[in-house]
Ligand binder design. Structure first.
Ligand code: ADP
Length: 318
């Protein structure tokens, strides 16, 4: 079992604190996403784990071994960045084999390992193609193979999907998850896209301004966020009083006024396919309410309509 532990990692750039006492533990075989807004320290954290940035305080352990000062080569991470950075003059096989040649493997040994990985990841029909003959998604798959062929203990992915268009991104999400499970490799992926994190990760680290706000399973983050930042960043939240929030899908229409019901006036309506997102003004502020399309009617969808909104107390979070 190889666990990765970060203990109070702090990293500063010229007096600016990019990571502020970051601690967590990642278990063998887990897929963990580091999620947070731009500039919150995600890439710095990934680079620190890989040994590409020296940290100022704290320590990093792999399987109980202190690697805080170890060079990247002694940490056994495979890293894939947003830009695939494939060698344009080498074909797919050669791009994947390159790291093995560098390690001194013979051409035959390397070819065998490369063939195995190309087979497992479904790149077989592209093996003789050059990077410029591949789509962005295919290039990113080659980049992942190039990292995996070296048998790393950890796979680090830094925004691997953000340069791709929406459809390819969805497809590659699934493929990366399948590859990760097939190789049973502990994977840490940086993303600013909450949907990506929710759909791919076993656990998510939510970061804000260099600190970890919460680390938990996607469902726990969604159902029981520890504060307003997490509630709003992972999903959508309405704030209904100090530190109390409710999801738009948890609010519902009511026929009459009662204890948990408030009066509301429709000020915006957006069709989202399976549901309408209705924005209403109330005495507790502006709220978003998701109404399943089948339950909507003309009155609900008319700007200026007056409605009763029920706030189920058991759905209020925090
Ligand atoms: P994210 O990946 O979440 O977008 P980064 O880890 O890239 O955030 O950056 C975190 C903070 O550290 C930002 O304010 C960024 O400007 C700063 N930073 C990152 N790298 C450097 C660097 N090499 N020199 C100075 N500041 C940096």
């Amino acid at each position: 079992m190889t666990t990765l532990r970060a203990i109070n990692i702090t990293k500063r750039f010229k007096g600016m604190t990019a990571l502020d006492r970051v601690s967590f533990e990642i278990r063998d075989g887990e897929f963990v996403c580091i999620l947070g807004p731009s500039g919150c320290g995600k890439s710095t954290l990934l680079r620190s784990l890989a040994g590409l940035e020296a940290i100022d305080e704290g320590s990093i352990e792999i399987g109980g071994r202190d690697v805080t000062c170890a060079p990247p080569s002694e940490r056994n991470f495979g890293i894939v960045f947003q830009s695939y950075a494939l060698f344009p003059n080498l074909n797919v096989e050669e791009n994947i084999a390159y790291g093995l040649w560098n390690k001194g493997l013979s051409k035959d040994e390397a070819a065998e390992r490369v063939a195995g990985i190309i087979e497992t990841t479904g790149l077989g029909c592209h093996s003789k193609k050059y990077p410029q003959q591949l789509s962005g998604g295919q290039q990113q798959r080659v980049a992942i193979c190039r990292a995996l062929v070296l048998n790393p203990e950890f796979l680090l992915l830094d925004e691997p999907l953000s340069a791709l268009d929406a459809k390819v991104r969805l497809k590659l999400r699934k493929e990366i998850r399948q590859i990760q499970q097939r190789f049973a490799i502990t994977t840490i992926m940086v993303t600013h896209d909450q949907e990506e994190a929710l759909s791919m990760a076993d656990r998510i680290i939510v970061m804000n301004e260099g600190r970890i706000e919460q680390m938990d399973t996607p469902q726990a983050l969604y159902d029981a966020p520890v504060n307003g930042f997490v509630a709003d960043f992972v999903g959508t939240a309405n704030f209904v009083g100090a530190d109390r929030a409710i999801r738009p899908e948890s609010l519902c229409l009511s026929k009459s006024l009662s204890d948990n019901t408030i009066q509301a006036e429709v000020c915006d309506v957006e069709y989202r396919g399976a549901f309408y997102r209705i924005e209403v003004d109330t005495h507790v502020g502006h709220l978003m309410v998701d109404i399943p399309s089948q339950q909507s009617d003309a009155k609900v969808l008319r700007l200026g309509s007056r409605l009763y909104i029920d706030i189920p107390q058991d759905k209020v979070i925090m």
